[in-house]
Design a protein around this ligand. Structure first.
Ligand code: AN7
Length: 351
């Protein structure tokens, strides 16, 4: 049966208005990749899967929520949409707005958005505006402007974004025939952790698929939910989750508590090291996307979680291609040789 995207597949399970007019790029249906070698390296005793959300049409999980938010907006006659973004939401909003023939405006924190995301937003035709400030400041601006002008807000304060993002939880349960024991994922503005928890609870009510413990992971330099207070100047190499005042923070804490999970933080070093380990198995994700698994690895190492046959799904939210600079910046440049056999042999045989 051909695949038509998350709205087509799961519409009956989403709380959305009847006017919603499907705008899709056939997002969703992403791969759940088994990672037995990495599980063993991390100590073993559990089964590890990566839900690779970087395989969505614009390279991140944001497409699941955006198809629904834009479909709803189009259905009620909206002509322009706006969001604040650390990059992925911007690219996704721009793409779905383009698909629908809407104008899109995206606000990004100056100098803190990875190259592939900015390029995406520009390529899809968004009006990109840089703000001299953080994501959190940009978000306050877009919330206010949507109260003054007829422009639809497509940040995850928009409830239809969450409805769409629930579909990832449905897919995992459909594929594994049950919820996993643990779900680990990065936390920024906290829309995704909220959506997963809504999705798992809904599926459990409908199909008794069970509930996972949720491990939400923030970057140590942007960890308001771990610290218990907002962070005014968040800093992390994982720019996607460089967020100090998560819009859905309360719901994230509730998801962690209700699921008997937790929200922890991982250092930039731990995040980058996990990014490398994943890439060493052929799965290249952007730094933020490695945070969930970096947190899991730390919990195992510290003895806070004892793995006994758990089935673990790590959500890798965005593709490595989104942020190529972080890799090239932190690795030696490829060696340059003359176009001669002797030089090639010397270069590859010397060590
Ligand atoms: C790769 O694009 O907030 O906790 O503006 O891009 O739902 O915010 C991105 C967030 C994780 C965190 N991984 O998700 C934005 C933005 C990646 C991300 C998150 C983001 P939320």
């Amino acid at each position: 049966m051909p695949y038509f995207g998350v709205l087509h597949r799961y519409r009956h399970l989403l709380d959305i208005p009847a006017h919603t007019a499907q705008v899709s790029l056939l997002e969703g249906n992403t791969l759940l990749i088994p990672m037995p070698r990495l599980a063993k390296e991390l100590g073993g005793g559990f089964e590890l899967w990566v839900k690779f959300e970087g395989l969505n049409p614009t390279g991140s999980f944001k497409d699941r929520g955006m198809t629904v938010a834009i479909s709803e907006a189009v259905g009620r006659g909206v002509k322009a949409v706006i969001c604040a973004s650390t990059g992925n939401t911007a690219a996704s909003a721009a793409a779905y707005a383009a698909r629908a023939g809407l104008r899109s405006i995206v606000l990004i924190p100056q100098g803190k958005v990875a190259a592939g995301k900015l390029a995406g937003a520009v390529a899809y035709g968004a009006q990109v505006i840089q703000v001299e400030g953080s994501f959190d400041e940009a978000l306050s601006l877009v919330v206010e402007i949507t109260q003054r002008h007829p422009i639809a807000l497509v940040n995850s304060l928009n409830p239809y974004r969450l409805e769409g993002q629930k579909t990832a939880a449905f897919e995992i349960c459909d594929l594994l025939q049950a919820a996993p024991d643990w779900l680990c994922l990065p936390v920024g503005n906290a829309g995704n952790i909220t959506s997963y928890w809504m999705g798992f609870k809904q599926y459990d009510r409908l199909k008794t698929t069970g509930l996972p413990h949720i491990l939400g992971v923030q970057a140590a330099g942007a960890a308001p939910l771990v610290l218990g207070h907002p962070v005014d100047h968040p800093e992390t190499v994982a720019t996607a989750i460089r967020i100090g005042r998560p819009a859905r923070g309360e719901q994230a804490l509730q998801a962690a508590e209700e699921s008997a999970g937790r929200i922890i933080s991982a250092s930039d070093d731990e995040i980058l090291s996990m990014q490398r380990r994943l890439a060493a198995e052929g799965v290249w994700v952007e730094p933020a996307s490695a945070a969930g698994l970096a947190g899991w690895a730390a919990e195992i190492r510290l003895g806070n979680i004892r793995p006994h046959g758990w089935r673990v799904v790590a959500v890798c939210t965005g593709h490595g291609l989104k942020d190529p600079d972080i890799i090239t910046r932190t690795s030696p440049a490829p060696r340059l040789i003359p176009a001669e056999m002797g030089a090639l042999e010397e270069a590859i045989l010397e060590t």
